[in-house]
Design a protein around this ligand. Structure first.
Ligand code: UD1
Ligand code: CA
Length: 450
């Protein structure tokens, strides 16, 4: 069977007043990605022929975030039906199915979207398929009113519903699949005679039915279509997505010592037999190879970790950190924009920034790469097998050659040749007997005074 063409319209023009935010609602992040990005990813999995995001005037940041998908501007927020109208330019004459989604329901899955499109093909040839759900607390969701034969009769918004209608548990999740050729005519007949004075997309059902067209419901998981209107719902959605991501990590062969304390980003990739300790946070852009051990309290963002490496406890890997195979990054170590090559050890209390640490090099406790002078950033290059003594400062730009040794406590400002020793600190002086003489003198002074 050849697939019908598919267009997707994502509504994101609402002001999101209840978020009490300067940021447009759909740009608030869930698992490190704006909500609208999650919706677009779900939509993208269906390989649609057209996608358009409806935004409000001045929402350039939303347009930039969804690029290269195009946007259509809804000039005034007159309701969800008016928002779909803003996309009509792209839908005129479109012969396929049109999915309408809300930008504030980030947990929707491709499976559910596919079920909606498939339901469009049923024998009754519904003009509209609506996604329904039965949440434990139906709250202020619109209610789906069925006819006696399981078809959809109408949708009533909560504010306009009678007590009997409010008692209905089946709610409008907000997703609809339309028959493209019939859609524009039906939506153009929607008015705004209701409690909010808005053009409700939901009224399309009653209009379709009055015109003799069937309407259908597909029931989905209520957690998948939680609409984020306020920060509490944002937190709820975040928690649900974290549960999904933890489960996926374990299904793919990672051990999480205490799953509820590990936080993932939407794009975190873990290899096989990775072990993640308690209280680990993965920011966006992290890829971890096989058999890596991440001990408790590590924080990683935009980093690549190769197989067999050991991290933490308490390691902070910042953007641009590349950790080679079997390398060790220990406690209270910060790595930023630096490559730590195979088998190197950076075990204690160290900052490595804008640097390369060669294979099997050993970086002593308290080593600092001094990479910033208040104006520019400079690089430090440490050769393979080098040994940096504890509490050394490497003042970049500087290099330490392969196999060289830097004495503990050095402040290295000049390049160190390979295989050599560099010591850069005050020379030690010892004065035999000085301490005992000093104490005797002080005691004598005290006795005289007393
Ligand atoms: C909507 C549904 C309700 C459903 C609920 C599910 C309508 C009239 N009501 O209510 O039946 O139970 O979602 O979450 O559709 N938007 C625009 N332009 C506008 C108005 C809204 O683009 O003029 C966008 C918003 O940015 C948002 C989406 O449409 O992404 C939904 O709008 P919202 O105001 O959140 O609708 P709800 O009151 O939640
Ligand atoms: Ca909403």
């Amino acid at each position: 069977m050849t697939r019908r063409p598919l267009a997707c319209v994502i509504l994101a023009a609402g002001k999101g007043t209840r978020m009490k935010s300067d940021l447009p609602k759909v740009l608030h992040r869930v698992a490190g990605r704006p909500m609208i990005g999650h919706v677009l990813a779900a939509v993208g999995a269906l390989d649609p022929d057209h996608v358009v995001v409806v935004v409000g005037p001045g929402m350039e940041d939303v347009a930039a975030s969804v690029a290269p998908y195009p946007t259509a501007v809804q000039e005034r927020q007159l309701g969800t039906a008016d928002a779909v109208r803003a996309a009509f330019g792209l839908l005129e004459g479109f012969p396929g199915d049109v999915l309408v989604l809300y930008g504030d329901t980030p947990l929707v899955t491709p499976q559910t979207l596919r079920a909606m499109v498939e339901a469009r093909a049923q024998a009754s040839d519904p003009a509209v398929v609506v996604l329904g759900m039965r949440p434990a607390d139906p709250g202020a969701y619109g209610r789906l009113i069925l006819d006696g034969r399981g078809g959809l009769e109408k949708i009533v918004e909560y504010l306009d519903a009678t007590p009997e209608e409010r008692a209905v548990g089946l709610c409008n999740a907000g997703l609809m699949a339309f028959d493209g050729p019939r859609m524009i005519g039906l939506i153009n007949r929607i008015g705004n005679d209701n409690a909010k004075g808005e053009y409700y997309l939901t009224d399309v059902v009653q209009i379709a039915r009055a015109g003799g067209h069937a309407c259908a419901v597909v029931e989905g998981d209520d957690q998948e279509v939680i609409g984020v209107n306020a920060r509490t719902e944002l937190a709820e959605v975040e928690a649900l997505l974290q549960r999904r991501l933890r489960r996926a990590a374990m299904d793919n062969g990672a051990t999480l010592a205490d799953p509820g304390t590990v936080y993932f980003s939407f794009d975190t990739r873990l290899g096989r037999d990775v072990v993640v300790g308690q209280n680990v946070v993965f920011g966006p852009g992290v890829a971890v190879g096989d058999r890596v051990e991440i001990k408790p309290f590590c924080h990683l963002e935009q980093v690549t970790v190769s197989s067999g490496a050991v991290l933490g406890p308490y390691a902070r890997l910042r953007p641009g950190a590349v950790i080679g195979p079997d390398a060790h990054i220990g406690n209270f170590v910060e790595i930023k924009n630096a490559t730590v090559e195979a088998g190197a050890k950076v075990n204690h209390l160290t900052y490595i920034g804008d640097a390369r640490v060669g294979a099997k090099a050993n970086i002593g406790a308290g080593t600092i790469t001094c990479n910033y002078d208040g104006f520019g950033k400079y690089r430090t290059d440490i050769g393979a097998g080098a040994f940096i003594g504890s509490n050394s400062s490497l003042v970049a730009p500087v290099s330490v050659g392969a196999g060289a040794i830097v004495g503990a406590g050095s402040v290295v400002t000049q390049d160190v040749p390979a295989e050599s020793l560099a010591v850069a600190r005050g020379r030690q002086q010892s004065y035999p007997g000085w301490a005992a003489d000093f104490r005797d003198r002080k005691r004598l002074e005290k006795a005289k005074k007393g």
